[in-house]
Design a protein around this ligand. Structure first.
Ligand code: AMP
Length: 218
C-alpha cells in the first residue's frame, strides 16, 4: 500500500480527501493536528503545553510532532496518509529517516492548490462531527438535519478554536514561510504531484486517485 503526503494550506481539503482515501482504499490517516487536539481533550501534559500555540495558529515544535509520527510508524503497517505532516524541512527529513527505518518508502506527495480567498471562506464556515470526524460547511455542505451529523447521527458538532480570522492569518503565514518550501523539496525528489484543490470534492478525489494509480506502490 502506498505511503503519501497531502500537502497544502489550512482549508485546502487535506482532511476531507484523507477521509475519502481511508474509506475507498483502506489507507491509514495520520493527522498530527488530530493527534494534538486529542492530546488536549484527554488533558495530557503535552496537550496542555501545545494548546496556546495551536490556538494562536503557530506551529508546535518539530520534536513533538516527529515523536507522534514516530510512535505510529513504530507500530508497523503501511499505506499511510500523512495529513498536516511534515510542515517544516526538518520534519520532512525526519519523516524520510523514520520511513527508511520502518523499511517503507514515500510514494507520492500530493499538493492541493487553492487560493487564499477560498481558504478564508472554507475555514470560517467549517465544522466537524466530534464523534466520527465528518467535515461540514455552513453554506456549501450543511448537515441535512440541523445539528445532527449525517453520517453517525451524533449531535456533537464542533468548530475548531483556531478556525477564526486571526488564527487563520497566522496559520497561512506559517504555511508560506515554513511549509511551502516542501513543494520544492519534494519536486526535487521527483515525488510531487499537484492537483486543483478548488474543484468539487468528487473531482479532487478523482485527481488524487489518478495520482495514486500512477504512483509506484499504489
Ligand atoms: P491542522 O489540524 O493540521 O490544521 O493542525 C492544527 C494545528 O496543530 C496547527 O496550526 C499547528 O499549531 C499544530 N500542528 C499540526 N501539525 C503540525 C506539524 N506537523 N508541525 C507543527 N505544528 C503542527
Amino acid at each position: 500500500m502506498p505511503n503519501i503526503i497531502l500537502l497544502g494550506p489550512p482549508g485546502a481539503g487535506k482532511g476531507t480527501q484523507a477521509r475519502r482515501l481511508v474509506e475507498d482504499r483502506g489507507l491509514v490517516q495520520l493527522s498530527t493536528g488530530d493527534m494534538l487536539r486529542a492530546a488536549q481533550t484527554s488533558g495530557t501534559e503535552m496537550g496542555r503545553k501545545v494548546a496556546a500555540v495551536m490556538a494562536a495558529g503557530q506551529l508546535v515544535t518539530d520534536d513533538i510532532v516527529i515523536g507522534l509520527i514516530g510512535e505510529k510508524l513504530a507500530e508497523g503497517g503501511s499505506g499511510f496518509i500523512f495529513d498536516g505532516f511534515p510542515r517544516t524541512l526538518a520534519q520532512a527529513d525526519a519523516l524520510g529517516d523514520l520511513l527508511a527505518r520502518a523499511g517503507q518508502t514515500l510514494d507520492a506527495v500530493i499538493e492541493m492548490q487553492v487560493d487564499d480567498e477560498a481558504l478564508v471562506d472554507r475555514i470560517s464556515g467549517r465544522f466537524t462531527c466530534g464523534n466520527c470526524g465528518e467535515v461540514y460547511h455552513d453554506r456549501t455542505r450543511p448537515t441535512s438535519t440541523p445539528g445532527v451529523c449525517d453520517v453517525c447521527g451524533s449531535s456533537d458538532l464542533r468548530r475548531r478554536a483556531d478556525d477564526n480570522a486571526e488564527s487563520l492569518r497566522q496559520r497561512l503565514m506559517e504555511y508560506y514561510k515554513k511549509t511551502a518550501p516542501l513543494i520544492g523539496y519534494y519536486h526535487h525528489a521527483g515525488k510531487l504531484f499537484s492537483v486543483d484543490g478548488l474543484a468539487e470534492i468528487e473531482d479532487v478525489a478523482k485527481s488524487v486517485a489518478r495520482v495514486l494509480d500512477g504512483a509506484k506502490g499504489a
